[in-house]
Design a protein around this ligand. Sequence first.
Ligand code: IMP
Ligand code: MG
Length: 407
Amino acid sequence: MTSQYRVNYHLRAHKRDSLIEFIKGMLLTPFVLHSQPTNAQTHVTENAQRFSEIFSSIEHLIQEHRSFTRQGIPTYSRLAKLVPSIGTFFTPLPLQQAFERVNAQDKISARKHVPPSFNDVRRILNMAQAMAIAPQLKLVTFDGDMTLYADGQNFEEDHGLTALLISLLRRGINVAIVTAAGYGDDAKRYEHRLSGLLAGFGKARLEAEEAARFFVLGGECNFLFRTVIQQGNRYGLEYVSDAEYSASGLRSWTDSQVQQLLDVAETELRDCVERMAISAEILRKPRAVGLVPQAQLTREQLDECALSSQLALLKYQGSPKSQPCDVPIPFCAFNGGNDCWVDIGNKLIGVRILQDMLDSPPEATLHVGDQFLSTGNDLSTRTACCTCWIINPEETERILTELEKMF
Ligand code: IMP
Ligand code: MG
């Protein structure tokens, strides 16, 4: 790496996903070399064949990486050499078949001027993950904002997602919303945001046993609720006290440790406000501190706030090299799209609590979310389970519709 390249790489790392970039790069070569076809139909089929072969090769690289991971030496795989930050694949990924399925819909290989993009590759990975996990799926966790509803909005009644979520519950699959939104043990606040979905449960006359498979975990991993049928066939949420489930070893922090950590985060966020002359309110909650701007901030400003607070908290905990999940008190400092928050705990812990409670291993658990960059709050779940990276509720609907066809 030349030093300039290295500088650029570090400056952009928070905007990139290295596996997707690697796959995109592989697909670019045939696209560039064969971009001047003589016959339109030949171009489509030949391109499809070349892309399909590349996906087949990457599928094999992933298989090999899984095999090295099982032997406890993942860094020996060819994929780890090509993409050093590669993580764990809990299932194989049938990428060739997934490409063919997505290509049949989106006609990626028919394009002459626009090569396979980040979003194309992301959707193919999602399709492959859905195909691999469908037969053994036990638990699906969803992020809230931008995954099930628009930022800060509520789950609307008669949303297309309602029937899809109900179908999962009726199949015996557990469904949970794992959201950063932290309102303590106040079930009413969560019921309000999910009112459309809960009304949908009522309309569908969900059995008590089916409704009991639906959970909400707020504040990343801090406040758990289950669904109960209340008087008048009304479906509501009930707070599950910490004593009722085991988070042992996962959430072992004291209130005084939490407050000290939040003090550091608050100081850093206030510094960001001053440095960048941002007009914003700093909100302090029992297990979170947030920067809520008065006017829309740019992505760069919010990323700066998230990265500054990440670094300040890593330094404070004495481990500049580690990740927000590896420090004594795990936290999550993230760009929420329109705000920036630092939460105590993270979705990795949230997913693990649910996996323990519902006896769902990583290869049977799927997290669907929109924030998988290093400044996002869904990224941490990759250590605990399989994931689908969507960018809006329409894509969540699309991938769940595909999943339905695979059961
Ligand atoms: P998620 O996408 O469902 O995880 O929700 C993230 C959004 O929840 C943030 O961008 C905030 O707007 C909102 N939010 C509300 N309360 C909190 C909190 O206590 N911590 C973090 N985010 C919060
Ligand atoms: Mg989100």
